[in-house]
Design a protein around this ligand. Structure first.
Ligand code: TYM
Length: 327
């Protein structure tokens, strides 16, 4: 089984990225032949700083190894190291509907109120479809906010297959049962995000322990006192319960009953402690891995070789089926 997922190079990684995606990369690397891609080409579609892109790319590679990706068991690579991604994006734009791209909520959200909206932000999902389809992917572990993009990738694959002949596997998104959409701790009806959320409500994977505890302590909760999981009615508390469930490995009903007679204050303290405990060892490994840039670059080089080799036959098929004269 082929597994593929991508994660943006820029922006600091938060507990939503970890719970919604990164921890499932770690699990799926043992379920199939897994490819994980730091999507640096996607990162230039919004305002960004070149030096920041450069540094954050290496930070993220170190972080992904620190959370448990194993270069022996999966392939981690940079999107820009494999030119097939940029080529596939152009080729697949021929079978992507302009109307469908315009309906993407992420495009609308990220473009809203901006003086300059890049063409790349609009065509972004085509690049993502190419990422996935080039690897004949079966499953794509992602958070809930990527649902619409995965749907588009499936539509693109189906349109290509019916127009040019069977070429792509139709991929399936895999979303976590708990934590597919972690919410901002200050505004629990909004998704946690470093671009759209609040700083105080966004817990970074590399935040210091006291910062993590404080962010949870000051989390916005709901009216009432009982610790009960009800996302519609109690979004703040339910979000904290989901985070605690993942961080401590305790099912949600067991958490609810363990707070009988106790209030939100206890819950906030416990989530903070559980997350500090979860992130502590990762932060230590991160610091070690990040310090050895030569080794990081070597691992990414090995990953890119494997990714290039794996995607090449599909890219060639795309060109041939579409009628290009090949060299
Ligand atoms: P990105 O970089 O925004 O997010 C990386 C992963 O984190 C998940 N995620 C969340 N999960 C739960 N709660 C949240 N608050 C939260 N915020 C983010 C995302 O769902 C994602 O899985 N377009 C993609 C990157 C991409 C990609 C791909 C993914 C490019 N090509 C091919 C899969 C396959 C993105 O911007 O993710």
């Amino acid at each position: 089984m082929r597994v593929f997922s991508g994660i943006q190079a820029t922006g600091e990684k938060h507990i939503g990225n970890y719970i919604g995606a990164m921890r499932n990369y770690v699990v799926t690397q043992d379920e199939g032949d897994a490819f994980f891609c730091i999507v640096d080409l996607h990162s230039i579609t919004v305002d960004y700083d070149p030096q920041d892109l450069h540094d954050r790319t290496l930070d993220l590679a170190a972080l992904l190894f620190a959370v448990g990706l194993d270069p022996e068991r999966c392939t981690l690579f940079l999107q820009s190291h494999v030119p097939a991604h940029a080529e596939a994006a152009w080729l697949l734009s021929a079978v992507t509907g302009f109307g469908q791209l315009g309906r993407m909520t992420q495009f609308k959200e990220k473009g809203e109120g901006k003086e300059f909206v890049s063409a790349g932000l609009f065509t972004y999902p085509v690049l993502m479809a190419g990422d996935i389809l080039l690897y004949q992917t079966d499953i794509v572990p992602v958070g809930d906010d990527q649902r619409q993009h995965i749907e588009l990738a499936r539509d693109v694959a189906e349109r290509f297959n019916s127009r040019y002949g069977e070429t792509f596997k139709i991929p399936r998104g895999v979303f976590p049962e708990v934590g597919a959409r972690i919410m901002d701790l200050q505004e629990p009806t909004k998704k946690m995000s470093t671009t759209g959320g609040t700083a105080q409500g966004t817990v970074l994977v590399l935040d210091a322990p006291d910062v993590i505890r404080k962010k949870f302590k000051t989390a916005v909760t709901d009216s009432g006192r009982d610790v009960r999981y009800a996302p519609g009615e109690k979004p703040g508390v339910s979000n904290l319960i989901e985070i605690l469930s993942v961080a401590s490995g305790t099912p949600i009903p067991a958490i609810e009953s363990s707070y009988d007679g106790r209030g939100y204050g206890d819950l906030k303290g416990d989530v903070g402690d559980a997350v500090v405990e979860l992130f502590g060892p990762m932060q230590e490994r991160y610091a070690e891995l990040r310090a050895d840039e030569g080794e990081l670059r070597r691992l990414l080089h090995v990953g890119a070789d494997k990714a290039r080799e794996t995607s090449a036959p599909t890219l060639e098929q795309i060109y041939e089926r579409m009628g290009f004269v090949r060299p």
